[in-house]
Design a protein around this ligand. Sequence first.
Ligand SMILES: Cc1cc2nc3c(=O)[nH]c(=O)nc-3n(C[C@H](O)[C@H](O)[C@H](O)COP(=O)(O)O)c2cc1C
Length: 177
Amino acid sequence: MNKADVVFENILSRKSVRSYTNQKVSRDDLMKIVKAGMAAPTAINIQPWEFIVIDDPKILADLGGVNRAGQMIAKAPAAIIVAGNMDAYKDRPNARDFWVQDTSAATENILLQIEAMGLGAVWTAAFPVQERMDGIRKVLNLPDNIIPLNVIAVGYPDTENKPKDKWKENKLHWNAY
Ligand SMILES: Cc1cc2nc3c(=O)[nH]c(=O)nc-3n(C[C@H](O)[C@H](O)[C@H](O)COP(=O)(O)O)c2cc1C
């Protein structure tokens, strides 16, 4: 397959995976995944992100308790919290609202890298749900300038997961809505 086909196939294959085997994800693999995240585009190239990688089962269990829709985190071998660092905007306060887009772009890079490595993951929301953000802040002892966007649970899939076909031709508009 040529590069364009490999990339397109990987994008179409990505799906949320919520159940994992006990196999650990190596720190080398986790670092590679975060490297993919840090390659994402950001507004004015501010790179307002922090990536907190968790592979300690006790902390994973605590994080899983924060969000009813994120209980798979407790059973995952690892998780990555993608967060915005508001200190990045000290000189550009008007750009602050871009942090969600920047960290979301990093998150999608991470999910695609995970898919390509034969791992599985799910994006579980923190921002803008105050209760979840507060819970994560407490578990990780985050300072006020760090806002968690999400917790990405990651591990080796223990079931077959099929990607959803989301293509709808009527959502595509040429030259006018
Ligand atoms: C912003 C955002 C928040 C999400 N939060 C959760 C969550 O808290 N728990 C969960 O199980 N899935 C969560 N998901 C995953 C979605 O449910 C999932 O992406 C969607 O159903 C489409 O399925 P797919 O990822 O397999 O294509 C979230 C996804 C996004 C983009």
